[in-house]
Design a protein around this ligand. Sequence first.
Ligand SMILES: O=P(O)(O)O[C@H]1O[C@H](CO)[C@@H](O)[C@H]1O
Ligand SMILES: O=c1cc[nH]c(=O)[nH]1
Length: 232
Amino acid sequence: MSLHIHAADGEIAETVLLPGDPLRAKWIDETFLENPSCYNNIRGMLGYTGTYKGKLISVQGRGMGVPSAMIYYYELIHYYGAKNLIRVGTAGALQKKLQLGDIVLAMAASTISAFNNKIFAHSHFAPIASFQLLQKAANYAEKMKLPYLAGNILTSDIFYNDDPEEYRIWAKYGVLCVEMEAAILYSLAAKHQINALAILTISDSLVTGEKSTSKERESTFANMIALALNIT
Ligand SMILES: O=P(O)(O)O[C@H]1O[C@H](CO)[C@@H](O)[C@H]1O
Ligand SMILES: O=c1cc[nH]c(=O)[nH]1
């Protein structure tokens, strides 16, 4: 049992999918898992464990932004022995070639967030994905003909930016999209020698201003979850 997750020992699987929205966790549980049970409702941050094709999988909501996500990543690693953490969620495209609904596999996560500054002082750590999970995800996406790109992404602390053009410098360096939790996931995974991958679905574009409808989000989200579940 930990402060924000009230699960008994053994109640959480070694592989955990992490959507931001706790209701997405509920939806994943109801749509994809067999024999599910809810192990957490502290702060409404729902967590479930069930089976997928006979494998034990957990799904844990983790909120938005680095501080919230870090609490859940940390507790899952420290108190529940998580070994594979897969962040699933939405991102804004920074490149014109990305269409709404496309999947991005985050090979690395650049960030404006300062959580690593204290540890690495004037140097910069490069948070990267687990190659093993990344390779499996790319293979699965190709097999299923899911439109995807793999590359660098940006973990931002800012959702509503005063300067709507600020993304351009990241775009110039090839960064694919922006979200808010992957860099801390990759940093913690490196520190604790576990596997981590962020799988993202493009929900809007900072380049064109397009946004997906709720219906589109639902179907594209399902592709992303199927991908995540099939690499575990
Ligand atoms: O869809 P999720 O996983 O929550 O991810 C993205 O959506 C939220 C912002 O709307 C942030 O958490 C961002 O990272
Ligand atoms: O963090 C996010 C998520 C989706 N779209 C954005 O622009 N930012």
